[in-house]
Design a protein around this ligand. Sequence first.
Ligand code: GLN
Length: 311
Amino acid sequence: MQQLQQLIQEAQPFYKNGHVATYIPALSEVDPKLLAVSLIDGNGHIFQEGDTQQFFTLQSISKVISFIFVCATYGTEHVLQYVDVEPTGDPFNSIIRLESHQPGKPFNPMINAGAITISSMLPGGTVDEKVHNLQSFIAKMVGVHCEVSDEVFTSEWETAYRNRAIAYYLKANGYLQGDVEVALEAYLKQCALLVDVQQLATIALVIANDGYHPLTKEQLFDAKIAKMAKALMLTCGMYNASGKFAAFVGLPAKSGVSGGILCLAMDAQIEELQGTIGIGIFGPAIDEVGNSVAGMKFLEQLSRQYQLSIF
Ligand code: GLN
């Protein structure tokens, strides 16, 4: 796995081109130099390198998981009445186009407006039930209940002026279901779920395998939902850099402002790893769009070296 190690070493210094997120105060305390990578294939072969013992919050990566879970619970037709599947090219927390698109219908579940709507639909009447149900769904993939970081949640809850504005606007237009504050709290708690790169890679592996968990041999959700999630990741997963990511990497991926990236490759051959491969990355220095700089660099080089682009 020497080549992979080299790719990581080459990507790490690119952290200097980014900064840790500061709009969520608790995230600003993380060491920007960290970089961790985990790759896992359907036979359970794992490659890990870097600061792999680090835990970090899912942030926007949770959006793809909650979308899958809500679709698995209620069916995609129902869910798509409340959120569209069109990319925007706008920042993840943008409000501006909510008014111009079928008054108030969120463009897609990978931006905050769509994700807060999806969180309002998480099964359960209370915040605790909603979060617990999502944790149980994730546990089917990673084997454990991921904890909520109270520090990150509280830090974001106290400064969630923009997300609160989005949530009330969604409610006014009939897209957000139930109580606004419940939806917002569930959303911010799902964003604050703690994972490591191996857990992220395992979630990616299940999505890559169309909902089938190759290690537990269980079908966890419908292939149709996984295909929609992959399409959304490809078109909207890297925020308003999704086009460039498709051009330069060409893989479905979802990033979060904590510096995590969930990515997947199909029909791949990366040294000993073969077939569908789940990739988890953590590199907390992010660019102005919100994507891990070192993480993107690593994926760009990985895709080039092993010809992974789906195009
Ligand atoms: N919790 C963050 C927010 O709502 C998630 C954003 C992100 O990772 N892009 O602002």
